[in-house]
Design a protein around this ligand. Structure first.
Ligand SMILES: [Ca+2]
Ligand SMILES: [Ca+2]
Length: 142
């Protein structure tokens, strides 16, 4: 009887060990964005692209692979966090003017747009910095 209990206890402990070995947050790939990166595009996936591994405080010195300045020029974003990092996009440099967020494995195109870049209205052609925050996904993000 005691031996059987001991065996059950060992089996339970083994199950717990197995459970803890499973990664808590598997990599979640957003489309067209390499694992671990947070990507933005000039217009859509077939246009100028930039990939951020970490946050960036100021897009004024960032360029898409086409050479075009990124600031106030992103219309599509994708999040391929290798963990649970949510990307937060801001209309101003230095993470001011919070605009919207994108969950790990998610993306958004055709962001709301009033047609005027950099005027703080809408989300398209407004992003000027991006910040990453662990702990996602969140219900209120794309
Ligand atoms: Ca801006
Ligand atoms: Ca605008």
């Amino acid at each position: 009887m005691h031996k059987a209990r001991a065996l059950l206890g060992a089996a339970a402990a083994s199950l717990l060990t197995t459970a803890f070995l499973v990664p808590a947050s598997p990599a979640l790939a957003g489309p067209n964005c390499a694992s671990g990166y947070h990507c933005g595009w000039d217009i859509g996936f077939d246009t100028g692209k930039i990939s951020f591994f970490n946050g960036d405080r100021d897009f004024r010195d960032n360029r898409f692979h086409t050479g075009v300045i990124v600031d106030n020029n992103i219309k599509t974003v994708s999040n391929s966090s290798s963990s649970n990092y949510v990307s937060h996009w801001y209309t101003e440099v230095n993470w001011e003017g919070y605009a919207f967020c994108v969950n790990p494995g998610s993306w958004v195109g055709s962001l709301p747009d009033d047609g005027i870049p950099g005027n703080g209205v809408g989300f398209a052609n407004e992003a000027s910095s991006v910040r990453l925050e662990a702990g996602g996904p969140y219900d209120w993000c794309y």
